[in-house]
Design a binder for this molecule. Structure first.
Ligand code: ZN
Ligand code: ZN
Length: 146
């Protein structure tokens, strides 16, 4: 876990200061993350209590339980965050905000079976299928994507 990490969007208008950024990163190939990120969504968790954000942030509530945020000036993705349900209290920051992804390493790919053909992340990490992931997170079932 990183003690204190600072990050920013492409234009620099949004600044984030984070205490307690995880040293683990996950990736998601679900349809929503694919469309929002343009390819594969990656995220690093941090508890909300340790996060300070300044600048022109916009959010979009992409499901009943989660929002996605971006910089209103340059459009950089900032985070995914659960705002309802059982898994609130954390930001899931995009790694690109931080130099060297804040030192986090990729440990898990979810919806791994939904990755485009010829498009999978190499390396030694867990690969979780849509079926497995939704079994572990019942609130997603049938409500996350068609
Ligand atoms: Zn920006
Ligand atoms: Zn996803």
């Amino acid at each position: 876990m990183a003690e204190h990490v600072a990050g920013h969007c492409l234009c620099g208008a949004v600044q984030v200061a984070v205490s307690g950024l995880s040293d683990e990163m996950s990736a998601c190939h679900c349809d929503m993350c694919t469309r929002w990120s343009g390819s594969v969504q990656m995220g690093i968790e941090a508890p909300e209590a340790g996060v300070t954000v300044t600048g022109p942030v916009k959010t979009y509530q992409s499901s009943w339980f989660a929002e996605r945020a971006w910089c209103d000036t340059c459009g950089s993705a900032l985070w995914l965050r659960n705002v309802d349900g059982s898994e609130t209290g954390f930001y899931e920051f995009v790694p690109g905000l931080f130099e060297n992804a804040g030192g986090a390493r990729l440990v898990r790919v979810v919806y791994a079976d939904r990755a485009p053909e010829e498009f999978s992340l190499a390396g030694d990490h867990d690969r979780v299928s849509r079926k497995q992931y939704e079994a572990e997170h019942p609130h997603l079932n049938g409500r996350y994507e068609p």
